[in-house]
Write a protein that binds this ligand. Sequence first.
Ligand code: FES
Ligand code: FES
Length: 219
Amino acid sequence: MDRPCETALSRRDVLIAGAASVAAVAAPMSADAASPPSPPAAAPSAEAISTLKVSFTVNGQARTLDVDTRTTLLDALREHLHLTGTKKGCDHGQCGACTAIVDGRRINTCLSLLAMHEGAQVTTIEGLGTPDRLHPMQAAFVKHDGYQCGYCTPGQICSAVAVLEELRAGIPSHVSADLTARPLLSELELRERMSGNICRCGAYSNIVEAITEVAGRPA
Ligand code: FES
Ligand code: FES
């Protein structure tokens, strides 16, 4: 008959022990909560930011910039030289809107630090032609409606100009059938070589026609 009583006591003991352990765990937490929050990390001082002087040529003009070493070529062009023809689309090397020609080769300027381009020759869309004297590629884009909103267009045109140089130099692409032969000026080649330049307006067919015409073949 004593058994129920023993059981009740042991259950109470268990409850008391449980409450005590919860209190023991909670105690340090409330002590933490009472302590003042740690101050936010201090912003780096101006002296702590590393800068670098870079001299290069942009559209035939000698330029020197003294900038944060983390500055991309795209930001140097747009924010420091105010050449806003080169566009920032994704800023991650995925859209081609920031394409410019550096030492004869097209690159995504958002992925390239200015610090890598000491002495480089940079050509942007502003250096290819002017509103009065369009570059043949610019004129062909206008003629063939190779754009709609125009945001991707500077990158498309810089890329297209460099693509024709690649073809002239015999540089093969992923779709070139014979890596030792001069690549063909085919629609397949052009589409492959321009595949890094995304056009959200979908002007691709007209872009290919414009490039084909400049390359000397009827579009
Ligand atoms: Fe450079 Fe998109 S902004 S690839
Ligand atoms: Fe609009 Fe290409 S013309 S994104």
